[in-house]
Design a binder for this molecule. Sequence first.
Ligand SMILES: [Zn+2]
Length: 172
Amino acid sequence: MTKTCGYCGSKIEKINDKQYYCEFCTMTLSESSVKENGERVDLKVMQYEMSVSDLNKTTPELMVLSTIELLHLLTLARSERSKAYGLMNTFWKAQEVSEDEEYKKFESEAGKEYQLATKKVFVIENIVGKRLGYIPQRINKYFLAKYMNNIENCNTNPMVINKERRRKVAAK
Ligand SMILES: [Zn+2]
């Protein structure tokens, strides 16, 4: 088995127990980038089901998620934000028509929740935006299904370079 670089397919040099160096890429490769016989780095993430509790992840934790996971999480973050907005709005209306001081307190609490939910949306939008070069406005089932379809159909043939010109076989 020849160890090869997952980015360019070159043969790589072992520099110590765990690390390899790729001369073409001029970098030390992490374990996940060390492949065999021209295999590519792992591209296909087929699982992306996220849950609302994943929104508790910190920004560095979110940064290592796959793009499809982030896209799904962004839909959840946006829906949590609109729920928080709805709640804030309800208390705002209630405190307008009532003397009860409690509603003011609730409104302020709901306002904080809404702020946090909005920040989470910003973070995920920006991580996704850096990956794609744009921030998708509407992410629905169709968008995710199309994205998954692209992943499934993605060509992950090994990186083998034919140095000889391929001879055309005449079709009969
Ligand atoms: Zn390389």
